[in-house]
Design a protein around this ligand. Structure first.
Ligand code: NAD
Length: 315
């Protein structure tokens, strides 16, 4: 099978490419806006440096593909608040272009990365796929539109799609050190560097942290068994950990107390997030998720070598 991966040089994309390249021919496309070419070092894929918004680059990358894993996006709530139109272009228009290119292929499966942020202000927990989405940021609104396009293209054109709502994915190759860094790399980086842990709010906000290896297991299984759906599927396992829980696990693993530095909550952040995973379990009954403790241990090991200057170890 030949698989097109968009956003291939990103955090999740590089893990998807590494796994899929074991069994398939993989072609990746990435404009390297947040991704890094070095994430793909040692991974056997064809790579097209370009934007999914560039029809020629996308057509070149998609040529002959049997399936598509669509991950390319500007993946940040704060960035979308600062520049909503750029988020719309990358996420909504970008997805539309990917769907249109896929429609010209021979009955492909299109797996797409949506986000738990679509649930936004809806306070119900756990979050199940049939509840009313209430996006609280342009990023979340764009992801909702993009997953709706997937489902619409299935109904209108018979394109087989599988939009996953990722929750907080973490693991190796997720880099710290910029204003929009996700919480786990920001915490692990600070902990290893001996700086106070930067906590927005009081730290009691909760997340359904999902290890990147588990996300890749699900995507690989979806391609292997050709799983398509008529709507979005939560990709998380119903664990609910607070930011303070993460800090405590890190304290146990590192064997020392970690200082915390609290600041104001970020606009657009949701207070709590936890997946109902009934549908995921029905569709992917054999997947066993990596625990937060084990996933954090791997992340700490990777970050240690990353900070020592080794950019993309293949953990
Ligand atoms: P990432 O920034 O590491 O990966 C996104 C990749 O897309 C980057 O390599 C970037 O360069 C590329 N890209 C951006 N615009 C592009 C364009 N126009 N053309 C081609 N490539 C482009 O982020 P990630 O965490 O790996 O996220 C992957 C996907 O998963 C994104 O769609 C993101 O919104 C979604 N997601 C991630 C999480 C998470 O916790 N990491 C949660 C929910 C959803």
């Amino acid at each position: 099978m030949r698989v097109l991966v968009t956003g291939a040089a990103g955090f999740i994309g590089s893990h998807v490419c590494a796994r899929l390249s074991e069994d398939h021919d993989v072609v990746g496309i990435d404009d390297l806006s947040t991704g890094d070419r070095s994430n793909l070092d040692g991974i056997d894929i064809e790579f097209v440096e370009g934007s999914i918004l560039d029809p020629d680059a996308l057509a070149t990358a998609a040529s002959g593909a049997d399936s598509v894993v669509h991950l390319a996006a500007i993946p940040s709530v704060p960035r979308s608040m600062a520049n909503p139109l750029a988020s719309h272009d990358a996420i909504v228009t970008g997805t539309l272009r990917v769907l249109e290119v896929a429609r010209a292929l021979d009955d492909p499966l299109v797996v797409m990365a949506s986000s738990s942020s679509v649930y936004g202000a809806n306070p119900e927990l756990p979050k199940h796929e049939r509840m009313t989405p209430m996006p609280m940021s342009p990023y979340a609104g764009a992801k909702l539109a993009a997953e709706q396009y997937c489902t619409t293209w299935s109904r209108c054109f018979g394109l087989r799609t599988l939009p996953f709502r990722f929750f907080n994915v973490y693991g190796s190759r997720q880099t710290p050190g910029h204003a929009y860094a996700a919480v786990v790399p920001a915490f692990v980086d600070a902990a290893l560097a001996g700086r106070p842990i930067p906590v927005h709010g009081d730290g009691t906000q909760s997340r359904d942290f999902t290890y990147v290896g588990t996300v890749v297991d699900v995507i690989a299984d979806a391609l292997r068994r050709d799983v398509a759906t008529d709507g979005p599927v939560n990709l998380a396992f119903g664990t609910r950990s607070t930011l303070l829980d993460v800090i405590e696990l890190l304290e146990t693993q590192l064997g020392r107390e970690l200082e915390r530095e609290h600041s104001t909550s970020r606009v657009g952040d949701v207070p709590h997030s936890q997946a109902d995973h009934t549908l995921l379990d029905e569709l992917f009954p054999t997947i066993v998720p990596t625990s937060l403790d084990d996933g954090l241990r791997d992340t700490v090991a990777w970050m240690t070598s990353y900070l020592a200057g080794d950019h993309a170890p293949s953990s």
